[in-house]
Structures are given as C-alpha cells and as structure tokens.
Design a protein around this ligand. Structure first.
Ligand code: AMP
Ligand code: ZN
Length: 485
C-alpha cells in the first residue's frame, strides 16, 4: 500500500494514514441540504472527496463511502428558518416534493461531473427512529435536558470532562458566536447549547412523534447517527467543507462521544471554498453560479461554455484545501491545459518505440504517486502529468526515445491518473451527449461568427433562427456569444 499522508484537522498535522481496519476505509462526507439547486461551490467540495475516494480505490483500499442527503428541514444555528419548508411554501409543493426535485438535480449534476456514487446515501428522514434513540441516550448520559418539548445538548456539562472546541480549536468562550438560534433561544440554559430535538411550531410542516413532543431532529444529529450506523462507532475519515467545521462537526463529535464514549473519527478532512468575485459562493447570498450556467455559457461572467471535464480539470488544478477563485480567464486557461493533455494522450498510440529510453518513466511514475501521497496534491500531480505531455511531444518529434515497455508503463500510468484518479473524460470517448451537443453548438457559433465577418448576414441570421427553432437561443454580447438550451 502507498504511504499516504493526510492533513488531519483534528490534530492540525499531516499524518501517515493508518486505517482502523487494514485494507478498509470507512469515509463519511456531509451531503447537501436539498432545498435548491447545487451551485458549483458545492460541486467542488463533493468533487474533492470524489477524487479522494477515487485515489483510495486506486491504491487498493476497499472503501465504504457514505454521503448523506439532508432532507429534513432544520433551523440551522445562525438561521432561524427551515429552508425546506420555506421553499415548499414558496413553490406550493410538499416538502418531500422539494426534496425529490433537488435530490434528482444533485444526482444529475454530480453524474455530469463524473463523480462516482457513494456506497450508501442515507437520508435524514429515513433515520428519525435512530435519531430519537440517540437523543434518549444523550439524555440518559446526563448531557442533555428537555425544555418545553425541545431537547438541548448541555455543552458546558460536556465540556467539564471533554473538550468542546477540540476540532475547531476554539475555547469554550469563543463558541458562543455563531450559535445564535433565535427561535427557542430562551429555552436554552446556555447560549452554546444546541438542539437535539425541537418541538415543532404549528406552521412547521415536517414533524414526527417523539417522547418529548411532535417535532423534528436537530441538524447535527443526523450525521452522528448515520455515520456511526453504517461505519461503526469509530471510523477513518469524516469530511465536509471548511464551513462545516464549526458548529456542525464540533457538535457531531460531542454527540458521538456522549452516545458511545469514543471519539468517532480518526481523520477529519476539510475542503476549502470556491469563491466568486472574491467571496465564498453561497446559496443564501446569491453569490453563486450553477453548473448548468457553466456548461451552457449562460452567465454574464463567462465568454463561452465550458464542458464539465474542463471545469473538473480547473478544480483539480488547485489543492482541495486552498481557496479557488472562479473566473472566465481561469476557465479559459484550464481549457487550454486540458486540451493539451488530451491531445498528448491521443498521440500515445502512434508513438514510435526505440531500443532505449531517454526518459526515466519509473522515476516519473513515482513522482506522480508522491504528489498524491502528500495529502492528495493534485496540482503537483498535474504538473507531473504535463512533464509527460512534454516528453510525449518530444518523442513524437523524434527528439527523445522510449522503449516499448516504458511506453506501456507511461500510457497505463497517465491514463490511470487522468481518467481513474482525476476523473476526467476524454473529448472523444467519455463525453456524454450533452458535451457533444455543446461542441456542435460551439461549432455553429464559430461558423456564424465567420459568416458575419464575411458580411454574410443572411447565413448568420439563418444559423441563429434555425437554432432557435430547435430551442437553442444565442445571445450576443461584447465578450462573445453564449447560448441557452
Ligand atoms: P449545503 O448543502 O449548504 O450543506 O452544502 C453542501 C456542501 O457544500 C458542504 O460540504 C459545504 O461545506 C459545501 N460548500 C458550500 N459552499 C461552498 C463553496 N463556496 N465552495 C466549496 N464548498 C462549498
Ligand atoms: Zn453532516
């Protein structure tokens, strides 16, 4: 097995990865709250864990990858609205219709970006019984209290014998901030306390019976219950975006320790944010771009459409723990790089072999693994892949030589990293029909541009009108032409 190192948020150190059970990795990643379309920021986080999942599989681990769907409306700690119910009212749908609609969207988008499905995808509403049991266990342990049908976790009591703040590196005094729960604030003994069960107000739609009230579980509880149910009381990796570190993951640790008297997770991993206009992309502020806007080019910051593979390549060019800024220029640069890489792979089949190699493929292969073993360093890996592009082109130009065995190794390794680990698809084989459609539309846009330059306005208008008949609308602007399908 490869000597893999992982940056562990819990210890703040890069540690040699040793799974609890040899050869097997249990990994849990917090999934989406399904009340609206996922934006590309969300996609980045799930894609980072997809790359991690793919690499663990590639180096030979058996992985049980659990990623949940948050389909029960919650009052998140600093936001006193239940987003699923609010959306249900707005769209005049049942909450479970909202959940279904956006779960389908989530799956479609992740499939487009070539993310592998997790091994188990449990839902919060499918685990209400387990959540009620966990609340009871925490009450029995003396670490929670009931007020008016709601149950709260007693953070200060827990902190007497445990370290609340162990993950987010906050002192107990610093944990008050961000834990305003406006609704029901007065019921709590201390502002740090968080809800395990909430009594439902009359207008709250999603509600279940419990020993305390007709209500609904607190947000943090579902992940504790579902992760330990499917991965055991102690498992290897727990991941999510940085913004979930506190309070969500801190609370998960506290709940799991209250229930099972064990720290639940060996390696906590957090991915960094995708920014737009210098600020975190976010559903609630509206500062976001939908994946659909990227692969159709239908957004004012974009000069054209970018295929899911180009977008994926753009994301893989940054380390998962670095902030990444989305911009048209960055996507254009990634597109160039991606095309160069794919062109080089296309040349592999026709390279001539020699008696000797002037390039050291074994050393190059090791450098690729070293990069990934160093906390999944995809930007360094990609730099090494471009070294391979360079020697493929030199061999093609007869300026370097390669033996048959080395060429086989180069081909196998390069394809494994590009397709299996980074999850890219080649332009020709892997692209699905919508990628091909985008390619055809782009071709027509280019031909129309040429027609216009030749003052053949009849043809350029015909292209625009015929596309419109097929439901494809072109939009011209100073930056270029975009389309909506
Ligand atoms: P949510 O549905 O809001 O719970 O978000 C789902 C996942 O996307 C969580 O792991 C978040 O941390 C992550 N996420 C939210 N915004 C961004 C962003 N701008 N960049 C990267 N990941 C994000
Ligand atoms: Zn979670």
């Amino acid at each position: 097995m490869q000597p893999l190192k992982i940056q562990n948020t819990l210890t703040g150190k890069k540690e040699l990865f040793k799974p609890i059970t040899e050869g097997f990795v249990g990994m849990y990643v917090c999934g989406p709250t399904v009340y609206s379309n996922v934006h590309v920021g969300n996609v980045r986080t799930f894609m980072s864990f997809d790359m991690i999942y793919r690499y663990l599989l590639h180096i030979g681990y058996k992985v049980r990858y659990v990623r949940n769907i948050t389909d029960a409306g919650h009052l998140t700690d600093d936001d006193a609205e239940d987003k699923i119910s609010t959306k249900a009212r707005l769209e005049k749908l049942e909450p479970m219709e909202i959940v279904q609609k956006y779960t389908v969207d989530f799956h479609n988008i992740l499939q487009k970006y070539n993310l592998l499905p997790p091994s188990i995808e449990p839902t919060a509403t499918g685990h209400i019984v387990e959540q009620i049991e966990a609340v009871q266990q925490i009450l029995d342990a003396g670490l929670a209290y009931e007020v008016n049908g709601s149950v709260y976790f007693d953070v200060l009591k827990y902190n007497e014998t445990n370290d609340y703040g162990i993950l987010s590196k906050r002192k107990i005094e610093e944990t008050i901030e961000n834990t305003r729960e406006l609704d029901g604030q007065s019921d709590k003994k201390n502002p740090q306390d968080f809800a395990l069960w909430k009594r439902a107000e009359p207008e709250h739609i999603q509600r279940w019976n419990s020993p305390w009230s007709e209500g609904f579980p607190g947000w943090h509880l579902e992940c504790t219950v579902m992760s330990t149910k499917y991965l055991g009381n102690q498992f290897d990796i727990h991941g999510g975006g940085m913004d979930l570190k506190f309070p969500h993951h801190e609370c998960e640790i506290a709940q799991a320790k209250a229930c099972n008297h064990k720290a639940p997770v060996k390696y906590w991993m957090h991915t960094n944010m995708l920014n737009l206009n210098g600020k975190k992309m976010s559903k609630s502020t509206g500062n976001n771009i939908l994946p659909q806007e990227i692969y159709t080019g239908n957004n004012k910051i974009l000069s054209k459409a970018f295929s899911p593979s180009v977008t994926r390549f753009f994301m893989m060019q940054a380390h998962y723990s670095s902030i990444l800024d989305l911009s048209n220029d960055a996507l254009l640069a990634s597109e160039k790089g991606y095309n160069r890489l794919m062109e080089a792979i296309g040349k592999l089949e026709n390279l001539e072999v020699s008696k000797t190699s002037s390039v050291d493929i074994i050393a190059w292969k090791q450098k690729c693994y070293d990069a990934m073993n160093d906390d999944f360093n995809t930007p360094i890996l990609i730099a090494h892949l471009f070294e391979a592009v360079k020697f493929i082109n030199l061999i093609n130009d007869k300026k370097e030589t390669i033996t048959k065995a080395d060429l086989e190794l180069l081909t196998k390794t390069l394809k494994a990293f590009v397709y299996d680990v980074l999850g890219l698809k080649s332009n020709s084989q892997g692209a699905d029909n919508s990628d091909k459609l985008i390619g055809v539309i782009e071709l027509l846009i280019a031909l129309r541009k040429e027609a216009k330059e030749n003052k053949n306005y009849a043809l350029s208008d015909e292209i625009r009108d015929k596309l419109l008949e097929k439901g494809i609308q072109l939009k011209d602007s100073r930056e270029g032409t975009t389309f909506t399908v």
